[in-house]
Each structure stands twice: as C-alpha cells, then as structure tokens.
Design a protein around this ligand. Structure first.
Ligand code: AMP
Ligand code: MN
Ligand code: MN
Ligand code: MN
Length: 276
C-alpha cells in the first residue's frame, strides 16, 4: 500500500524543521506521497517541492486553515492547491493577520498568572512572526521551566478555561473551503476526533462541509487513537467522504507519530489520493 503522509508542519508555521529537512525525513521514513500543510501559510511550499523533486519523492502542495465553526476551532486541510492563487493567498493573509494581537493578549494573561516575558519569549520560537501561535508559547513555557513538556503545557495553559487562552475568530468554513477550491485543491476535515462536538454537531459540520464542496476527512492521523481510526472510517463511509492519512508531525521532540509511521487506512476506504 502507498505510504501517503498528507499532514505535517515546518518552521514556516509551528513545526521545528525546515521544509527541506521534512522532505528528507519523509523520504528516509519510506513516504511515497508527501504533503506539507503549514497552518495558514504556503511560504514553505516552494522549498518543499524542490527538495522532494531532488529526492524523487512525490509531493502535493498543502495548507491547514484555521476555522471557527459553532464557536470552536476546526482545521481544514487543503491538498493539491496552487499556492500562487491570489484568492487563497489573500485569504490566508487575512487569517494570519490577527495572530500577533492575539499573542499579545495570551502574553498579558500569562503575565497575570505570574509568567513574565511570554510575548518576546514566544516570538523567539516563531521563525515566521506572522504565524505566532500557541505552540510557540508552549515552547517558551517549557524553556522557562513552567512545565517539562509541550504536552503538559497544553494540559494546564493555553486551552479553554486555563491561563493563556484567548478566544479567536478564524476564517469561516465557507471561506476556507472556498479558498481551497479557488486554488484547485481538495478540502479535507483535519483530525475530526479532536473537536469537542457531539455526534449531532459533528454531522452538521460534515453536512455543511459537503454542501460547500469539501470532499475528504482524515481517518488515520497522529491526533487519533487506534479506536478513532475505526470510528472515523465509519463516519467517512457514511458521509461519502474520501479518507486521508497524515502524521501531523511537528518535530522530532514533540510529535507522537513520525512522518510516514502511521498504520494504513482501514481496508476498502476510498482515499483522497486515489485519482491523483
Ligand atoms: P494556534 O493555531 O495558535 O491556536 O495553535 C494550534 C496548535 O497548537 C496546533 O496546531 C498544535 O500544534 C498545538 N496544540 C494544540 N493543542 C495541543 C495539545 N494538546 N498538545 C500539543 N500541541 C497542541
Ligand atoms: Mn500545529
Ligand atoms: Mn490541526
Ligand atoms: Mn496540523
């Protein structure tokens, strides 16, 4: 079976490796078909494509767009996009636009919780300042000795109900799917098992997503437990969505699953890459 890994991050968003380093790692790990999907940003695509070509690795241009739906953050992956498309680029720029101000508010909350210097500290970890995000704050909090790992930071900080959580309005579902389609790509719901939705809300999300022209859903991802592979295989089948697979790799020290290291998609599921 094809070892497709269609979800990961470089330091252009909140990963720790360069796009070319990810390409080399994907190749070394036996990936046959690889996508770079930085958050809200396509600045790493050119380097990734070039590095993949030099390695003889099939590459697909991707992006992971931050969306607010029913008051919660949902991520929509775009695959096979033309990263030069101006509708997509303008849309992504508008999503990135609010991140620095949000970062200031996150830092102000952390300061009230007794942690000083978080804005500057997080910025030091953000290679692309426009993409300042919670992961960069988490890395700063580890560096400052507040918690021993990023995982533990996300248990006690930066999430709803904890210090450093700032509600934020991202793109709408309609915008995200629209931008991806304008750029010739396929829209895929990222890590559906991670959202705090009831089954009814999840089905409503999928209905809206399909009505807007979304076609896929991640089934096997580094963000799902093996139990959830089965759950979302059934969801994909029932909804008539194509299945996707991706590690969501962010870096050697932080990710549970390495590039290309996930189990295959459950048998019989039509995959997003089947007709590529
Ligand atoms: P942001 O887009 O700035 O809100 O940051 C979201 C990013 O934070 C995600 O893409 C993950 O990389 C990271 N993140 C969120 N929750 C967790 C968690 N529980 N453990 C590790 N990383 C997380
Ligand atoms: Mn991330
Ligand atoms: Mn995500
Ligand atoms: Mn991701």
């Amino acid at each position: 079976m094809l070892n497709a890994d269609l979800h990961c991050h470089s330091y252009v968003s909140d990963g720790t490796l360069a796009p070319a380093e990810l390409a080399a790692r994907a190749k070394a790990n036996g990936v046959d078909l690889w996508a770079l999907t930085d958050h809200d940003e396509v600045g790493g695509i050119a380097e990734a494509r070039e590095a993949a070509a030099a390695l003889g690795l099939r590459f697909v241009a991707g992006v992971e767009i931050s969306v607010t739906w029913a008051g919660k953050t949902v991520h929509i992956v775009g695959l096979g996009i033309d990263e030069h498309d101006s509708t997509l680029r303008d849309g992504l720029a508008s999503v990135r636009g609010g991140r620095v101000l949000r970062g200031r508010e996150i830092a102000a909350q952390l300061a009230r919780a007794g942690i000083a210097g978080a804005f500057e500290g997080a910025m030091q970890h953000a290679d692309n300042p426009e993409m300042l995000g919670r992961t960069h704050f988490a890395r700063f909090l580890v560096e400052a000795g507040v918690r021993p790992s990023v995982t533990e930071v996300f248990r006690d900080f930066l999430v709803e109900g904890k210090p450093g959580f700032v509600p934020h309005r991202w793109a709408t579902l309609e915008q995200a799917v629209g931008w991806i389609r304008a750029a010739g790509g396929q829209a895929v719901i990222a890590h559906p098992g991670r959202y705090p939705f009831t089954d009814l809300q999840r089905d409503a999300l999928i209905d809206s997503f399909r009505a807007l022209g979304g076609v896929g859903i991640e089934v096997v991802t580094g963000s799902h437990t093996p139990d959830q592979y089965g759950t979302y295989a059934r969801v994909a089948q029932q909804a008539g969505l194509l299945a996707s697979r991706g590690s969501d790799f962010h870096g050697p020290d932080e990710s549970r699953v390495d590039l290309g290291a996930l189990p295959p998609l459950p048998a019989g599921l039509p995959a997003v890459w089947h007709h590529w």
